[in-house]
Design a protein around this ligand. Structure first.
Ligand code: SAM
Length: 209
């Protein structure tokens, strides 16, 4: 099946399951289009040499599923705390025969300490999961030194995130604009100290400053 057809099939599955599960605010294909376009923008980055990506808080599968369809050479691991959403993501992977997709059910604060996942990924992606400082703590522990975190964000001052990024082993955050979309980019420069991420809920309650 062609790439476009598979993205279309994914969109139909998402809208169908969305009648029962709250996977996205979009209730029609027209409303879903901007969300798919958001995922599409990530393809403007250079993905050559990237072998593994972890997507934090995948929810209904954005941006991870469209990326996995279009970058079949890269292994995508989707982290989702909600069991029913994770079941949807498994269903999508099976229905579209996406052999490069694996789903982890659980919280990033726990999985980020598991040696099987900690500092194992070339890149981490996230969209609409948590405020940027919180997301840095949830996602950077998974990224290997030399890798990159890409958080799809709204307007944010990257300078306000410098200290949090440094504490987590990140470099200086920068904002990358692609048409109407913004991405916060943080390179992983040194290992994340063992104390991070803190216990579930703490990163959100007491964001690093
Ligand atoms: N990324 C998707 C998108 O852009 O449509 C989903 C966004 S949804 C608002 C955020 C998702 O992140 C939810 O499905 C939630 O269960 C998940 N999530 C939030 N905090 C999490 C955590 N600490 N660990 C794992 N998943 C988390």
């Amino acid at each position: 099946m062609a790439v476009d057809e598979r993205v279309q099939q994914y969109a139909e599955l998402l809208l169908d399951w969305n009648r029962r599960l709250n996977l996205t605010g979009a209730r029609s294909m027209a409303a879903l289009d901007p969300h798919l376009a958001d995922a599409q923008r990530l393809l403007s980055l250079d993905w050559s040499g990237v072998k593994s990506v972890i997507d934090i808080g995948s929810g209904g599968g954005l941006p991870a599923i469209p990326l996995a369809i279009q970058l079949p050479q890269i292994r995508f691991t989707l982290v989702e705390a909600d069991r029913r959403k994770a079941a949807f993501l498994e269903h999508v992977g099976g229905t579209l025969a996406l052999q490069n997709v694996a789903v982890l059910v659980g919280r990033a604060e726990i999985l980020g300490h598991d040696p099987a996942f900690r500092e194992r990924f070339d890149r981490a992606t996230a969209r609409a999961v948590a405020p940027p400082a919180v997301l840095l703590e949830l996602a950077l522990p998974f990224v290997r030194v030399g890798g990159l975190l890409i958080d799809q964000v709204g307007e944010v001052d990257p300078l306000a995130l410098v200290a949090a990024a440094r504490r987590l082993g990140g470099g200086t955050p920068s904002l990358h604009r692609v048409t109407a979309g913004l991405m916060l980019l943080v390179a992983k420069e040194s290992p994340t100290p063992a104390e991070y991420p803190r216990r579930p809920g703490i990163p959100a309650r007491r964001p690093l400053e």
